[in-house]
Design a protein around this ligand. Sequence first.
Ligand code: ATP
Ligand code: MG
Length: 232
Amino acid sequence: MTALVTGREEGRGSPAGLERHGQPGLFVVLEGTDRAGRSTHVRRLEQHLRYRGRGVTRTSLATSLLTAKAIRAAKRERRTDPVETVLLYAADLAERIEQVILPSLRAGLVVLADRYVYTPMARAATHGVDPGWLDRLFSFAPAPDLTLLLDVDAETALARQGRHGPDRYEAGMDLGLSSDALESFRLFQDRLHTWFEAQASHYNFTRIEARGTPDAVAALIEPVVDTFLAGR
Ligand SMILES: Nc1ncnc2c1ncn2[C@@H]1O[C@H](COP(=O)(O)OP(=O)(O)OP(=O)(O)O)[C@@H](O)[C@H]1O
Ligand SMILES: [Mg+2]
């Protein structure tokens, strides 16, 4: 693992990144930092598209049959090795690509993904894993047709915590940034935010200002997706 945690940029994949899926369906990914509203807007977008008569499949991180349990166990046991973690997420994704994403795209459906390769990559990269190795690890994954980056600063995300504070994982407690969970969340999510910003052009993210109300954010997302669908 030491060889993988170098922080060097060399060996990086091409800017084009992942290969296109080449299927009749449309693959739309919602990404962003924790509490950015990814799950809220994947659900809302599903409803929006279904009302317009589109067939939609939804898929989310860590929902595979074979690996979701192992991911939950790793979290429960507080295992924090960033390479082990990202390999688990890659295995989770490999199953969902074969079982859910590609079959749905072949059938001409719109696939909505609540996070994709980018969240595991961001987490691993901010834990020091080599970016070139991460690009190669996820090179099996087809490129999304559209990736919407929900842009929310850490302060706004914290205000969305509700009654429960962030969990250890969302706060990146293993990095030792702060012993205070809220402060650690702020600092860690800030690092993830910086990673997403820095990768926006490399991975062709479409940035959505997502600090507004859910209605305001949906009003920004829906025309982008509608226009994209109309152009296909
Ligand atoms: N635009 C918004 N303004 C205020 N609160 C919001 C907004 N969008 C979502 N929320 C609330 O913030 C919380 C997080 O939203 P959501 O679950 O959609 O985010 P997420 O990006 O999927 O986060 P995570 O998966 O880390 O929980 C929820 O309680 C949700 O109701
Ligand atoms: Mg969510």
